[in-house]
Design a protein around this ligand. Structure first.
Ligand SMILES: [Zn+2]
Length: 506
């Protein structure tokens, strides 16, 4: 800072300026900060398993860019999602509570009324909060939390078919007008639109668009989880995020939830075929009681998935560079994670399974700190419930008493090594009903207990498995018989917990 023009001069000048001129950016350029609080940028890639990442032990090089960036980040090697599919997994990340607490357990479920007011958006209430998701089920939560979100970009804006691209190119100067025009002209209700011409133009544009992208996406365009005709390219979302974070007033929090590498694994041409004949051979594992019916080519699917991760990796690398070049990282925490994983073993493909093996619940978590580039490895087990208290801690806010997680290591000294962490799937449980059919895993130290009950596959029985995930990360050796004492003790604890969470609904 030029010593001839000091802080006092700056404040004097700011006082003489019209209201609103004192922006945080201007303040920063004079070496001041309008606010000492940090920005938080949360990037979630959907259905991204830690087990398919080389710095977590995978032998395929799926993340050449992120692996390099990880050298500047805190990397969590035993990080668990709250569940194994989008609704309960994402709600755990957003509310800092487990699915049996926030109650969004059904597909496209909603959180209970209490958690509409208890989430990362309500906690960081003095941040300018921006949200976007490609995933419809995550938008369901945004609509619940809308009162706490300052800017919620409609999902369709970053999709090709229903995006405003045509309108934006017609009305480049005024995006507000174009949004209104979009609503009036394109939405056809009762077969009538204000402008049939524009509606037809859109559909012609769609078709043209699709054929234009086809050579770049030989397996088809990446598509919406709920509308397989609605395509998107990840570049559009990355460009938008990269541009938006440059100009948001600070402090801000951005939550950006992007669909890849969620199925279908329609990767870009330059990544298609990269792992086809690399000789990779997955460990042979026994078929599971929850195996899918029919014959699945798991090796083929895994390869497609891994090639889709290459696309995620390349685009995250590009976003990181955009943010770094713009100076955004100087005052921002960046969290890179997922809502749940994906699996290709034991006769199971994807994440629509009752099983809770590591590939579906162990997810990446990387944290980039403002203005720092040190590397740390954290092996202590951590959970998605820990994100919310960590955000509060970083911003000197009290940790809400309803939060179920802890501030992530190393940000607060605590001994979390033997903490009990849970993941839960209960695909049929209504918001106000007790759990009658569920999959629960309890992670404690190096042990992981699986507990399944209420499933027809189990013919009225319950199923218990115990693994030492430190010495046996592939979960090959069930210890529930040989280490009966450990299994019984953990099962007692788990059942006591279940009795507790079911109590209000009995
Ligand atoms: Zn998901």
């Amino acid at each position: 800072m030029n010593s001839k023009f000091n802080r006092r001069d700056f404040l004097k000048l700011a006082g003489a300026l019209p209201l609103g001129f004192f922006s945080s950016k201007l303040a920063k350029s004079f070496g001041l900060r309008a606010d000492q609080r940090k920005n938080v940028i949360i990037i979630v890639f959907d259905a991204w398993s830690a087990n398919n990442i080389p710095f977590h032990g995978y032998s395929r090089e799926t993340t050449p860019n992120i692996s390099k960036l990880a050298e500047r980040a805190t990397v969590y090697h035993n990080h668990f999602a709250g569940s194994n599919f989008t609704s309960p997994g994402t709600a755990t990340l957003l509310t800092g509570t487990l699915p049996w607490t926030h109650r969004a357990m059904l597909p496209n479920g909603t959180v209970s009324e209490t958690y509409v007011h208890r989430n990362i958006f309500s906690v960081l209430k003095d941040h300018y909060r921006v949200a976007y998701s490609h995933n419809e089920w995550v938008n369901t939560f945004f609509s619940q939390f809308a009162g706490y979100i300052d800017e919620w970009l409609p999902k369709s804006r970053l999709f090709l078919r229903s995006s405003n691209m045509v309108i934006q190119s017609l009305f480049k100067k005024d995006s507000d007008i174009s949004t209104v025009a979009w609503g009036r002209n394109i939405n056809i209700s009762d077969g009538y639109a204000y402008s049939l011409f524009l509606s037809r133009l859109i559909s012609a544009f769609d078709n043209k668009n699709k054929s234009a992208y086809k050579p770049r996406f030989p397996r088809g365009l990446p598509v919406s989880d709920v509308d397989l005709d609605d395509g998107f390219i990840l570049e559009d979302a990355i460009d938008w995020i990269g541009e938006r974070v440059k100009s948001i007033d600070e402090p801000f929090m951005g939550y950006f939830h992007l669909l890849p590498p969620h199925s279908p694994y329609n990767t870009e041409k330059k990544f298609a075929g990269n792992f086809r004949s690399d000789g990779y051979k997955a460990i042979d594992k026994p078929l599971d009681v929850f195996q899918a019916e029919g014959d699945l080519d798991l090796s083929f699917r895994r390869t497609y998935y891994d090639e889709f991760i290459l696309y995620v990796d390349s685009e995250f690398g590009r976003l990181f560079k955009m943010m770094e070049d713009a100076g955004v990282l100087e005052n921002s925490y960046v969290i890179l994670t997922s809502d749940h994983g994906e699996m290709f073993e034991r006769g199971i493909s994807g994440h629509m399974t009752s099983a809770l093996y590591q590939p579906v619940i162990r997810v990446p978590l990387l944290i980039f700190e403002p203005g720092k580039s040190e590397h740390r490895d954290i092996y202590t087990p951590t959970s998605a419930i820990d994100i919310l208290p960590t955000l509060a801690h970083w911003n000197n806010l009290p940790i809400p008493d309803w939060a179920e997680g802890k501030v992530l290591p190393p940000y607060q000294p605590a001994d979390l090594a033997d903490r009990s962490l849970y993941a839960l799937r209960s695909y049929t449980t209504e918001k106000n009903s007790p759990l009658e059919q569920a999959s629960v895993s309890l992670m404690k130290g190096h042990y992981k207990l699986h507990y399944y009950f209420g499933y027809s596959e189990l013919k009225g029985n319950e199923l218990v498995k115990l693994y030492d995930i430190e010495s046996d990360p592939e979960e090959m050796n069930d210890l529930s018989a040989s280490q009966k004492d450990v299994a019984n003790k953990m099962l007692l604890e788990l059942k006591a917990k279940l009795a507790d969470v079911n109590k209000p609904y009995l």
